[in-house]
Design a protein around this ligand. Structure first.
Ligand code: DLL
Length: 426
């Protein structure tokens, strides 16, 4: 552990710490942020009503639209001169959502990412190939700050320029890499084409996140790059990467850094808090941030808190892999389908590459899903077999299209868009 006094804090002490910090956060919002003042007034709430952790249920959620409506920095609880950095997340529509950090927040950011990189296998002195995008996106600078705090030697290569990345990996021999899982597959392919075998690659650990990926994708990436891969989760509204990370020895659930972020899982329809073990929407409160603390942020990400004991001695809870965002959910003739479920089917089969794309169309009242996969084979039998496996494992009938290897969209370093929705078009 990077900070055993924090990461393995006795549970009772952790709950006490969380209550104290949530109380301070709510008081800060009540004093400084008109949006929260209005929200609390609507519900006749005062900061003093938060007497136990259970009382948090009565407090309002914050949603992405609230950040948009308060663009750019009206949710700030500090004077503008205290702000040291702004990040923004690129929404697909409308204005980006903007997040502000003061000196304290940047320290929290560095600390949680350093913990994450350590849990992922990073150790002081290692060379760190950082292929998350640098810029307004929190991925590059966020992991960079954590790398500095941990004592890594960071190569800030950012996204894209795959040939250059392959060259740098060969020449600088990094032991740890951070990028999206879809880009890890692109790099693996490029390294193989340059003549390298998994055993020749210096990399030992990969810290992958920013988009959903399945455990089958993990196996594929680990085999192709000859390393151990862990999941890193986070979102700009709460801080950026480093809300949680898996432990490389355990690889089962990402430890939520619960001394900084308070997690709840809620029913997507009713908002009711669900017990550990049940799937629902992850809701996070950033207890220790001061520039723009966020209360009960509705992430839209579907996961569960793992109820089993862990094997690392940490007292903090783990979240499971994200199944998908509630907005990525495809409801196909009444069956819920996440693209990651299709990915898992694909990666369980031979003869196909791990790259895929999904097209949604509508004929009359019926929605259709076309699953595009890459393979050398033109066999009708393979197509049928993929359809059979999707039907058996996911419960829906889909069209399957076979494409030649290399022809489907690839990650260029950032998040890969897996689904094209043509249902609104004629
Ligand atoms: O993606 C922060 C990040 C950077 C996380 C680098 C991990 C690594 P945003 O651009 O605000 O921030 O996007 C946040 O991405 O709500 C999830 O839907 C998705 N996401 C992030 N990490 C994971 C993950 C960054 N490990 C949104 N698994 C989140 C699945 C993820 N989805």
């Amino acid at each position: 552990m990077f900070q055993p006094d924090r990461e393995a804090m006795p549970v009772a002490q952790l709950r006490e710490h969380q209550l104290r910090h949530l109380q301070a956060m709510v008081a800060r919002q009540f004093e400084n942020v008109p949006f929260y003042q209005r929200k609390f007034a609507e519900l006749s709430l005062k900061p003093g009503d938060l007497k136990t952790l259970d009382d948090l249920k009565a407090f309002p959620f914050t949603r992405k639209t609230d950040l948009r409506d308060n663009y750019p920095t009206k949710l700030c609880a500090t004077a503008p001169e205290n702000i040291r950095r702004i990040h923004a997340s690129s929404g697909t529509t409308g204005k980006p959502t903007v997040v502000a950090y003061d000196e304290n927040d940047l320290n929290v950011f560095r600390e949680v990412v350093a913990r994450s990189l350590y849990a992922a296998g990073g150790r002081p002195g290692m060379v760190f190939h950082n292929a998350y995008g640098y810029g307004l996106f929190t991925g590059g600078l966020g992991t960079d700050g954590g790398g500095q705090r941990l004592g890594l030697c960071t190569i800030p290569v950012s996204g894209g320029g795959t040939d250059k990345q392959v060259q740098l990996i060969q020449d600088l021999e990094p032991e740890i890499i951070a990028c999206t899982p879809s880009y890890a597959l692109v790099l693996a392919e490029a390294l193989r084409k340059s003549g390298m075998k998994p055993g020749d690659i210096s990399l030992k650990y990969a810290v992958l996140g920013a988009e959903p990926w399945s455990n089958k994708a993990r196996v594929e990436i680990e085999e192709k790059l000859g390393l151990k891969a862990t999941n890193i989760y986070g979102l700009s509204e709460v801080i950026g990467p480093g809300v949680s990370n898996e432990d490389a020895q355990e690889q089962y659930g990402s430890y939520l850094w619960e001394d900084h972020f308070y997690p709840e899982i809620v029913d997507p329809e009713t908002g009711e808090v669900l017990p550990d073990g049940e799937y629902g929407v992850l809701v996070l409160s950033s207890m220790t941030r001061t520039a723009m603390p966020i209360l009960r942020y509705w992430t839209g990400d579907i996961t569960r808190l793992i109820p089993e004991e862990n094997s690392t001695g940490r007292s903090m809870r783990r979240m499971d892999q994200i199944r998908g965002r509630s907005d990525d959910l495809i409801i196909l003739r009444g069956v819920n389908v996440y693209p990651t479920q299709l990915e898992a089917v694909l990666l369980g089969m031979g003869q196909v590459s791990p790259h895929y794309h999904v097209i949604l169309t509508r004929t009359g009242l019926m929605d259709d899903l076309t699953f595009q996969v890459e393979t050398e084979s033109e066999s009708a039998a393979l197509k049928k077999e993929i359809q059979r496996c999707v039907k058996a494992q996911v419960g829906v009938s889909v069209n399957v299209e076979l494409h030649v290897p290399g022809s489907l969209p690839r990650s260029e370093g950032g998040k890969l868009k897996r689904v094209t929705d043509l249902r609104g078009e004629r």
